[in-house]
Ligand binder design. Sequence first.
Ligand code: NAD
Length: 256
Amino acid sequence: MLKGKTALVTGSTSGIGLGIAKSLAAQGAKVVLNGFGDVEAAKAEFRGLGVDVGYHGADMSKPEQIADMMAYAARDMGGVDILVNNAGIQHVAAVEDFPPEKWDAIIAINLTSAFHTTRLAIPGMRQRRWGRVINVASTHGLVASAQKSAYVASKHGIVGFTKAVALETATSGVTVNAICPGWVLTPLVQKQVDARAAADGVDDAEAKRRLLAEKQPSLQFTTPEQLGGLAVFLCSPAADNIRGVAYNVDGGWAAQ
Ligand code: NAD
């Protein structure tokens, strides 16, 4: 379905980004990976899919590096048809203890980077009369949790950004939507599981159970593959008129 298209997925050396990139590649899309993880291990996951896999190591907190990555994608990978703004970080602390440099980094990586990639991708998408921008927000783009002020602000911000750009592109072949996962067991969440295990004096399995029980009624982690399936759907013709949506995949978290 996506043969001839190129997907750029930020923060795709692990976790959700890697899962989404693999789902898009399985539909025939070329992919541009990005992120600070093990690049060779990430690339190995695409073996056998028969698609080109590129990589650019841009730091998503650095606008000039983002511009260089977008230029690389245009020059060497055929341009960006599908942009998945996924790179993200977390820091957990009460607002009065929140290090200002952590606040700045979270807003830069989780929110401002999507502004830069999107502003640079939209002209080519408009020219080709087709494009998909998929922003990986979070349930925290819709509801809050204590101790996560910067993350919640960045994710609410990206849901608002999604809606605004969806309106700007509404009469074009470019759609802009957000995916809002609940708990997904990735390195980002494992850190929070570890912190919970240490704080409560329980083992890994019990810490996971407690984390889920607090927020996610299904008591199941969402998987990167499920999020990849939704991204593929958003790229399909059935989704041509889905615009500005923030789509929960959260086991019922935001329904409470
Ligand atoms: P992860 O830590 O597994 O992956 C994050 C990716 O971003 C990695 O590839 C990492 O190298 C990259 N990255 C981090 N800082 C970067 C930077 N400055 N420049 C470029 N790349 C950078 O985390 P994940 O859980 O897969 O998170 C992916 C996205 O999903 C994030 O935006 C996160 O907020 C969101 N999300 C995660 C969950 C969850 O439960 N895991 C839930 C909702 C939303």
